[in-house]
Design a protein around this ligand. Structure first.
Ligand code: C2E
Ligand code: CA
Length: 637
């Protein structure tokens, strides 16, 4: 468009410059109202009109309405701004979606009200469109006697309306974009399952809340982890698991105050951010949360009972959200170690212990490389003969500065860090090597090796066992793998497959610490198990505790009925042996017979064919020395 117009005072106006200005404010995404105002101004100047109205009413209830009015008398202004777009002379342009022009406005029957200021003469109006649909109208009018809008001027109005259309469409797009950005931001910070804040949202909220943390107004963070949630998923499936998480989320929310924030960090981990709450009060809140979650949860026809462990950390000055989270996590971990279902408040010493753990992990990796680990062995005694029927390999760490370490000092770290895989592999090789060496005197002896549940998730286990058996020339049937109930819980078909493949090598399986896992016996039918090991917690009470006696009797009966063998562990007293024999338990293991001893000592014990005296077992004629002559050592290796 190259036409030049002049304004009311006769100054020539550069149409291009005006149009360009409007276009620029559109492309710079100036606020829509600002763009509309500049169009109104432009229309007044370019078309030499005293009255200009530009109104937008999207009508979809989503976009905002706008009005930019010039030259209207006060009494008309409000009414016109909000008048439905289809009304009046301008309304014709809107409803008919076309330009309307009048040379005698006063004669128009549908003119609205009376503009006190002007006796309007000429008028025209044209619609503003969004995606081709009228959403607004621009109208201009002039009071100059004899005034008519020329075709060129009509074109200018249509052009201005087009600009308004672009601006409105653009604004709608920007609006839409903003809404979807808001949505994306919301989703990025919330958990899709429970609708709670997610980890990022929790950290952002925590950091923001932290700015106000002070001694007068401390902030507490509760780290909540569901105990053994995996079992729920394994037993009932993920769908029920998800429903349980949703229920837990809503219970947590129901206990906290309105301005406390609940978030789900991941899986079964939740946090509560409690502003203006010190550690002691947070401890009481934790107690209420523990109680609320403990109520049985009903999902369909199932009832699930849960416990949680809670760690509480408090900030009385601003610290990084992540760091408070780490403290609360450490405390939660303590709560779990303390037998689950409890609450622990963080204190600074815990952090130091965390550093110790990291150091332990580093040293453990070194230990594996530098032959500091070794296999100790504890005999399992045949209660009918008093003879050693089997040995269990138990790892020991000859630490360069801390002395001989037992597994409870490092197994957990090994499990958490994955080092356990290498450790168990080492133990398999080392103990099989010993068994092979003892074969000369005890070809019938079998060996038990403890395996972490982790192995059943990686498929190298079968290859490792196969290689070890080949390298040592041992018959697979002499090797028993002690696994925990967690391996055989649930529907883990991968574990079942691994076990089947190991069984093809002749290997046998014993469930360690039987009865301490989840109380489902379904797995006894489904998995290829050969023996149950009765946990020493039950063996303890034999001869003293009727419940323990009943449980041990039941496990022995169960094993017999299933055609499985049974081993009692942790036997420390003769009275326990008497009970076990009476109940028909074939094999027992414990300090009464021998503590775990190193390979050479075990070699000597086997070579001497030691018989352990026990109830009903005749004592060996000669007392057997526990450390027989050293010459036998060289025979073994
Ligand atoms: P576990 O498999 O239940 O092993 C039995 C534990 O009970 C051993 O502890 C053993 O020394 C101890 N024990 C044996 N008889 C008695 C008794 O009469 N009274 C008492 N109070 N305790 C007795 P240890 O050697 O400290 O091993 C602890 C746990 O560490 C083991 O429990 C096992 O779960 C794990 N572990 C040991 N070696 C390995 C290994 O090579 N790999 C894996 N994955 N875990 C291992
Ligand atoms: Ca064991």
């Amino acid at each position: 468009m190259t036409a030049t117009a002049s304004n009311a005072v006769g100054e020539p106006l550069d149409l291009n410059a005006r149009m360009f200005g409007i276009q620029r404010s559109i492309s710079l995404r100036a606020p829509l109202q600002e763009v509309l105002d500049s169009i109104t101004q432009g229309a007044a100047e370019l078309l030499d009109a005293e009255v200009v109205g530009l109104r937008i009413q999207p009508g979809d209830g989503v976009g905002a309405s706008h009005a930019s009015l010039l030259g209207y008398s006060e009494d008309l202004l409000e009414a016109f701004a909000e008048m439905p777009l289809g009304h009046g002379f301008a309304g014709r342009a809107f409803s008919e979606n076309r330009l309307v022009v009048s040379d005698d406005y006063q004669a128009e029957r549908d003119r609205v009200g009376r503009n006190e200021r002007y006796e309007l003469q000429a008028a025209m109006a044209t619609p503003v469109l969004e995606h081709g649909r009228p959403v607004g109208v621009i109208n201009v009018a002039s009071a100059r006697p004899g005034r008519r809008f020329t075709t060129a001027e009509q074109k200018i109005l249509v052009s201005l309306a087009e600009y308004a259309s672009v601006a409105v469409t653009d604004a709608a797009a920007v609006d839409q974009l903003r809404r979807s950005l808001d949505r994306a931001e919301f989703e990025a910070r919330h958990d899709g399952l429970t609708g709670l804040l997610n980890r990022d949202g929790a950290i952002a909220t925590l950091d923001a809340a932290m700015a106000h943390a002070s001694a007068e107004r401390p902030l507490s963070l509760l780290f909540i982890d569901i105990d053994r949630f995996k079992v729920v998923n394994d037993l009932f499936g993920h769908q029920v698991g998800d429903q349980v998480l949703v229920e837990v989320a809503s219970r947590l929310r129901s206990v906290v105050r309105g301005d406390d924030e609940v978030a789900r960090l991941s899986g079964d981990e939740f946090v509560v951010i409690a502003r203006g709450v010190d550690g002691a009060i947070a401890g009481r809140l934790a107690q209420r949360l523990l109680e609320r979650v403990a109520d049985p949860i009903t999902i369909g026809d199932r009832e699930v009972e849960l416990t949680v462990s809670i760690g509480v950390a408090e900030a009385d000055e601003p610290v990084a959200g992540e760091s408070l989270l780490a403290d609360a996590d450490v405390a939660m971990y303590r709560a779990k170690q303390g037998g689950r279902c409890g609450m622990v408040r963080f204190d600074g010493k815990m952090r130091a212990e965390l550093v110790d753990r990291a150091e332990l992990e580093r040293e453990l990796r070194v230990a594996l490389e530098s032959a500091e680990l070794s296999a100790y062995f504890q005999p399992g005694v045949d209660l009918s003969t008093g003879r050693i029927a089997r040995v269990e390999a138990l790892v020991r760490w000859k630490h360069p500065t801390r002395g001989l370490l037992e597994p409870d000092r490092f197994i957990e770290v090994a499990e958490e860090t994955g080092i356990i895989a290498e450790l168990d592999r080492f133990m398999l090789e080392e103990s099989c090597r010993h068994l092979a060496a003892w074969s000369a005197c005890r070809p019938d002896l079998s060996l038990s090796v403890n395996l972490s549940a982790r192995h059943f998730k990686d498929d190298s286990l079968v290859a490792v066992v196969r290689e070890v058996l080949q390298a040592t020339g041992l018959d697979g049937s002499r090797l028993w793998l002690e696994i925990t109930e967690s391996v055989v819980m649930g529907e883990d078909s991968a574990a079942l497959e691994t076990m089947d493949r190991l069984k093809e090598l002749g290997v046998r399986f014993m469930v360690d610490d039987f009865g301490t896992g989840y109380s489902s016996l379904i797995y006894l039918k489904r998995f290829p198990l050969d023996a149950l090991k009765i946990h020493r917690g039950f063996v303890d009470g034999l001869g003293e505790d009727r419940e323990d006696e009943a449980i041990v009797a039941a496990v022995i009966g169960l094993a017999a009925a299933l055609g499985q063998s049974v081993v009692a562990e942790g036997v420390e007293h003769e009275r326990q042996v008497a009970w076990l024999r009476d109940l028909g338990c074939p094999i027992a293991q414990g300090y009464l017979f021998s503590r775990p001893i190193d390979g050479p000592s075990m070699g000597r014990m086997l070579a001497a064919d030691v018989r352990f005296p026990g109830h009903g077992v005749p004592a060996a004629e000669e007392p057997v020395p526990m450390a027989p002559p050293p010459r036998l050592v060289s025979r073994a290796w």
